[in-house]
Design a protein around this ligand. Structure first.
Ligand SMILES: [Zn+2]
Length: 89
């Protein structure tokens, strides 16, 4: 039997789905599409090389943190209400 508890307050949630709510968060870099004009980059291959070099030196977890992360939480009804009233705490 699967037991759930509220990921925010630790309250034990019932065996059924009544009173259990799922919260999903996505955090990702806000980036507009890059529009490249033919003359905007003098040497595109060199610029791409710099990007690849920077990524090779970067910490993979930090790169992932800065680009995209998704979370899923189970919460009780009381914590659902609190999150809706003040989502960022
Ligand atoms: Zn709770």
């Amino acid at each position: 039997m699967i037991r759930h508890e509220c990921d925010k307050c630790g309250a034990r949630l019932g065996a059924s789905d009544i009173g259990r709510f799922v919260v999903k968060w996505e955090i990702y870099a806000a980036a507009s599409p890059v529009e490249l004009e033919p003359d905007s980059v003098a040497d595109p291959a060199r610029e791409l090389g710099h990007v690849i070099e920077a990524l090779e030196k970067a910490d993979p977890d930090e790169v992932e943190d800065r680009t995209y992360r998704a979370f899923r939480f189970d919460v009780c009804d009381e914590c659902r209400r609190k999150l809706l009233a003040k989502p960022l705490g």
